[in-house]
Design a protein. Sequence first.
Length: 524
Amino acid sequence: MQKIDTILIQIDEVWHQMTPRLTDDWCFQDVEVNTGSNNITLAAPKSKVSRLHIVWRHTFPQHSLYMGDCFERGYGNLGFSALNADALYDWYFCVVQPQGSISCWGVAIRPNAWCSWTIAPKSVDLWLDVRNGNHPLELGSRKLRVCELVINEYSTSSFDAVRSHCLAMAKKNAAETFCPMVGLNDWYFAYGNNTELQILNSAEFISSIWPWKNNEHARPYIVIDDGWEIDYSPTYNGGPWNGSNSKFGDMAVLAQQLKRRGIHPGIWFRPLLTSEDVDPQWVLHHNEDGTNVLDISHPEVIQRVQHDVQRFVEWGFEVIKHDFTTFDVLNCWGNDIDLSYQHGEVNFWNTEKTSAEIFNDFYRAIREAAGDATLIGCDTISHLSAGIFDVMRIGDDTSGIDFNRTRRTGVNSLAFRIPQHNIFYQCDADCIGITADIPWQENKEWLRLLAYSGTPLFISCDPEQIDSVQRNDISNAISIALTRSGTIQPIDWEHSRYPQTWKAQEGVITCEWYPYPRNFPLSS
C-alpha cells in the first residue's frame, strides 16, 4: 500500500492541514482521522466537517494511459487517455504503465462518502465528501467509517487487471455466474405510448421466437416501461404508483397473463417524483409544475417507497426497475457531476448522516422490500448499487431514433464497465431500439455484441414492424445470449472509445460501428 503523504480537512469551508500522529493517526484540533488497515475513519466531536483530501506523493511513468469510472452511468465519456490533471475519476482508476504493469487505485464498494480521484504529475489525490447535502457534517460522538482503500499492482492484461480490481473492491474471490436476462422492453419504440394490448402482443412475439421453450431456467423477460402509471402524460412520469391509466387494465391481472405465457413480468417506476399533496416534511424539492420530489432521508418516505415496491411484488411482478433517484435528489445528471456533487440546495430531513449514507440506507430499504424480486437500478450511483441491486443500467439511454447515441452511450459503457459484470451487479448496457429510423445493419451490430457479451439483452421493438430478416436475427441473437458462460472482453479498448474487436468464448469477433462512407450529420 502506498504511503499517505498529506491529509487536509475542510471545516466550515476552510481547508486545514492535519498533523500526523503515531503511524496511522492524523489530527487537527478535535478532528481525528485514522488510516489503519486501509480503512479511513473520521471522528469530529465538535467540528463541522465537509471534506477530506488525502494526498500521495506519486508519479506515474511518462506515456502511461489512465482510465477511471463514473459516478452513476456512463455518458460516452469512458476510456483510456493521457494524463489529464483536470479529469475526475469516481470510485476508482487504473493506469497502464509502459513497462507493462497496471496500477489500480480505488475504494471498496458502498463507502459512506462521495469518493473521487484526481491525478497530477507529482501526486494522486483522493477527495472524500462527507457532507449532508450542502451542509457540513456534525458527527458528535459518532465515528464515521468513511471508506476502505483498495490499491493494487497487477502484471496481467489491462482488462484482467481492472476485473481483478473490481473483485478486490467487492471483496470477492470470483465473479458469480448467471444466465443473462433476455427479453423485451417497450421504451425505445413506444416512448411512453405503450398499452396493455401492445405488451400482450410483445409476449406473443417473444414466445414465438424463443429457442428454449418449456425451460424453466431460461424464460424471457418483459419489462413494462414508463407509460403505464395512473398520472402519466407526455410531460409527467411520476407517481402515485397504486394503479394504472386508461391504456392499461389491472396490473396484477396483466402480470398473471404474462406469467401464464411463460414470461417473467417486470415493471418500471420513478419512486421519488409525485403529483400528490404530501406532508411538507417529506418534500426534498418542490418543482415549478407543482410536483414534489420526496426526501429519501425521511423514514416515512422510505416506508412509502417500500410499500410501492411491495405492491408491485404482490401484483406478481418479478422484476422491478427503479429510475431517476440520483437526478431527483441531486438535481443533476451523472455527466454534470463535479466535486460539488449537486446543483442547488439539498436539505435532507435527516441531518446526521452523509449523503452517501442516506443513499446507502435508501438502497438497502428498496432491496429489503423487493425480497426475491430482481431489482434493476437505473440512474443509480454505481459504487453504492454494487452488491445491492441485481442489475444496473451502466450507461445513459440508447436510442430508437439515433444510432450515434446508441454507440456513444451503449457501446462505450459496455466496453469500459463490463469488468464490473457479475461482480458488482449484472451490467445492463441498455436496449436495442428497433425502429425504421435506424438502419438494421447498424442495430444488428449492437444486437450481436450484446448477444455475445454475457450481459442482459433487452430488445425494444414493435412486433408488427419486424420483418422476417430481423425476426431471424433476433432469434439467433437470443440463442447466442442464452449460452453465454463468461464475459466478453474489448481487445482494443486502450486505443478506442468504441472498441471494434472483442474476445468472446468462440474467439475474436469484430464490430463495425460506422457505415462507410459515414453518415451526416455527425454525432454531437
